[in-house]
Design a protein around this ligand. Sequence first.
Ligand code: ASP
Length: 343
Amino acid sequence: MKNVLLLFTIFISHMAIAQMKDTSKYVLVIHGGAGTILKKNMSPEKEEMYKQTLQKALNAGEKILASGGIALDAVEAVVRILEDDPLFNAGKGAVFTNDGKNELDAAIMDGKTLKAGAIAGVMHIKNPISTARAVMERSEHVMMIGEGAEQFAKQNGAEMVDPSYFFTQERWDGLQKAKKADSLKKKADTVSKKAIRQLDNPDNKYGTVGAVALDKHGNLAAATSTGGMTNKRYNRVGDAPIIGAGTYANNATCAISGTGWGEYFIRLVMAKTVSDRMEYGNQSLNEAATDMIMKKLPSLGGDGGLIGVDKNGNITMPFCTEGMYRGYVKSTGETAVKIYKEE
Ligand code: ASP
């Protein structure tokens, strides 16, 4: 009897150690937008700049996760770094609306509590992702827009900036090209469709930024931030701040952040559908995400990509465009930063 008890005690302590090991796992996946990103169109200097910022963001997030910090803190820290870099269509590098403004959207979600916060159409908040988090943690709401969201941001100590902070020449030029395409469309009979398409989406590239993480405590979180789509009108809001479309996290399944043609991500309820396919359809994260991005999205005429991590630390990064700025780091030491399709 004594021996049985001893064996049982050894078995239990082994289980405990195994569990402890398991909780030391963390994973971080990030993106900086998808689109027609071809090596032949990229200078080595620019490629290096993109990679450096993606690496810097990964390092900052990993530091938090490795020291036992929570997934929410990691995804917020990552997105803030990408928001501050003019290369990406979020924060500083946001694209212009039709009337020459920058209207920013962002969302964050905590997979542990299913709490979420989002803001849309803001024009003076330096780091929208942090205000999205404040909405989640310091208000009884999930989503705030425009002036109200800005008032809330101020009350909660957000750094406010003059709209001129968001000016970048590249995005301004992008708007002019998109407007030219608009006027060409009106003469569509005489102009080739290809010429319009090239102008329509100036660099054929989305630049939304996002991060998803699994922390050592088994919690998932997702964060997404964007300037939306160039030449947008009428206070258009995209998928990024819509919980379940561009952003979703649930400890029972996965955390997702998307980038691409937002209208299609909203119509497909992209992020939540990936989660539902896992929860109710028994699909793996990769199966669910790949089918949604490579089949369902193009079948409607949309394009883009997403990043995801599941509760076991498996990751996915599918995209149906030429490239997607992306990277990941795992507690196992595996890490990569990639841009193009064939990498
Ligand atoms: N998904 C974003 C939007 O539609 C655009 C992007 O990914 O850059 O607002």
